[in-house]
Ligand binder design. Structure first.
Ligand code: IMP
Length: 516
């Protein structure tokens, strides 16, 4: 009976709201932030308090997993910014392989953005849905020509007969040892009686084990009607399983993907194009609580009810609450904290980031909305990440921290003094506004005349592989959580306490050795 009532309550609850989730607000932080409601703080204003733990040791492995959106998990809380000098497919792949997520920027044309999202999704493709097949009656030279024309790098195909049923498998070896290209595929293939196949759904691990046992590189899965429904690939399955504990992969072993879309009808068109490869759309606006943001969210949810939609950016808890009520699956916080941002200087708006994150997190918790907060921008020092988590962020979006790495788009340039740099620019900088319609939409600069720039362009040092930067971020976060005796992100949010520091306190925090 109770179960029945609970289920009914959950069904009637607004999307994302969970009546069964207990409020997870830290009483200390409530007191801390409400002690002066007219003061807003940012990372340099606060430090985290350490805690004694005489009771039991922390687990050997600190759990840093969380969510980017209601249904998209993260193994580490790091997300790369949707900026044209930060995230295309190379960064998306590297971020998800590290356990995080990359948001492919919207400055690309719709087809190009689809291609980049697809590259990330198919990078670890352990299973091919609806694989390309060849006919038993095709000639070998015809199939090889078809491979060349389509630039296929593989030569393994399930073979079907005239009625579409699986009759055998042809592989690279069969082509390599075929001396007469006029032969038919039927003459060189491994026939169904000798091929290893299965006719039930298998997990990636099960398929991997079967292929390893029989020493075969592919495993076709047949439907009840004898057609081929899927094809497992051993090399990919092995790569995925070997890195699965670390990578952020979906149920099919593919990397999670995200893409930024503008707050207008183009968002719907872009998602239509990308939907086969996309896990979460990020409605990307400098003014994330505008009429256009709410309208676009409504349209996306109506057409793609099963796709997560993250909305941003806002910096007030009241806005986060309205977006949650409107169906957002995650809310991105940050108006003005970005390293390349001039919004606050040009317009006078914007809440310092620590208070902005806390305000949204605490209001969502009070409203019993169990959706993640993403702290976007302003991470200058590794310790800022831990502070962002402690005040409510489940994910941390970073631009400058990841710009300048090998995976960030753009060339490495060598300066006169020999230092190597890459370009990093605000999406609201003058050049981005001039070049990119997406930037003009993000900053509402669609009227006539010269748009108001809300960002700057810069050069940042070349840093090498992004995995090295992420490794340092990770070590710093885990070390911080150890100091605070928090075994997971939730405990860090709930139990870690803050202290506001003074200017001299901040100076003391940085190296201050005096040299002679
Ligand atoms: P960073 O990590 O401090 O470099 O900040 C990156 C974030 O700044 C991005 O994820 C965006 O939310 C934001 N951003 C990007 N370009 C601009 C801009 O031109 N003006 C203001 N904010 C920007």
């Amino acid at each position: 009976m109770l179960q029945c009532m609970l289920t009914r309550m959950q069904c009637n609850a607004p999307r994302g709201r969970s009546f069964t989730t207990m409020s997870k607000i830290s009483p200390h932080k409530l007191a801390f932030f409400s002690s002066n409601p007219f003061l807003a703080l940012t990372y340099d204003d606060v430090r985290l308090r350490t805690k004694a733990n005489p009771a039991s040791p922390l687990p050997h492995v600190i759990d840093t997993s969380g969510r980017f959106s209601r249904n998209v998990p993260l193994k580490v809380p790091f997300v790369s910014a949707a900026m044209d000098t930060v995230t295309t497919s190379a960064m998306g792949i590297a971020m998800a392989r590290f356990g995080g997520l990359g948001v492919i920027h919207a400055g690309l044309g719709p087809e190009d953005q689809r291609r980049e999202v697809r590259r990330v999704k198919l990078y670890m493709n352990g299973v091919v849905d609806k694989p390309i097949v060849v006919r038993d009656s095709d000639r070998v030279d015809q199939v090889l020509k078809m491979c060349d024309e389509n630039a296929f790098e593989f030569r393994t195909f399930p073979v079907i007969n005239a009625s579409g049923k699986f009759v055998g498998l042809v592989t690279q070896n069969d082509f390599d040892f075929c001396l007469d290209l006029d032969k038919t595929i039927e003459e060189i293939m491994t026939p169904i009686e000798k091929a290893i196949t299965r006719n039930k759904q298998l997990s990636l691990q099960e398929a991997h084990d079967i292929m390893a046992e029989h020493k075969v590189k592919t495993l076709p899965i047949l439907g009840k009607d004898g057609t081929v429904s899927k094809l497992f690939l051993f090399s990919d399955a092995k790569r995925i399983i070997d890195s699965a504990t670390k990578s952020n992969v979906d149920g099919n072993g593919r990397l999670y993907t995200a893409a930024a879309v503008p707050t207008d009808d183009e968002a719907v068109e872009r998602v239509r194009l990308m939907k086969d490869y996309l896990d979460v759309a990020v409605l990307d606006s400098a003014d994330g609580d505008s009429f256009y943001a709410f309208e676009t969210l409504k349209k996306l949810k109506a057409e793609f009810p099963n796709l997560d939609v993250v909305v941003g950016n806002v910096s007030e808890g009241s806005s986060a609450l309205l977006l949650a009520e409107a169906g957002a699956d995650g809310i991105k916080i940050g108006q003005g904290p970005g390293s390349i941002c001039t919004t606050r200087i040009e317009t006078g708006i914007g809440m310092p980031q620590v208070t902005a994150v806390w305000d949204s997190f605490s209001k969502l918790q009070a409203g019993k909305f169990d959706i993640p907060i993403i702290a976007d921008g302003g991470i200058r020092n590794h310790g800022d990440i831990s502070i962002a988590v402690a005040v409510g962020a489940e994910a941390i979006m970073m631009g400058s921290m990841l710009a300048g790495t090998t995976e960030a788009p753009g060339e490495v340039m060598t300066m006169n003094d020999g230092t190597r740099v890459k370009s990093y620019r605000g999406m609201g900088s003058a050049s981005a506004l001039e070049e990119s319609a997406a930037s003009r939409k993000r900053y509402g600069a669609t009227g006539g005349g010269k748009p108001l720039a809300e960002g700057v362009e810069s050069l940042v040092p070349f840093k090498g592989d992004v995995a090295d930067t992420l490794e340092t971020c990770m070590k710093a976060l885990v070390k911080s959580m150890r100091y605070c005796k928090a075994e997971n992100l939730q405990a860090h949010r709930l139990h870690t306490e803050l202290i506001q520091i003074s200017g001299p306190g901040l100076a003391e925090s940085h190296p201050h050795i005096t040299t002679r």
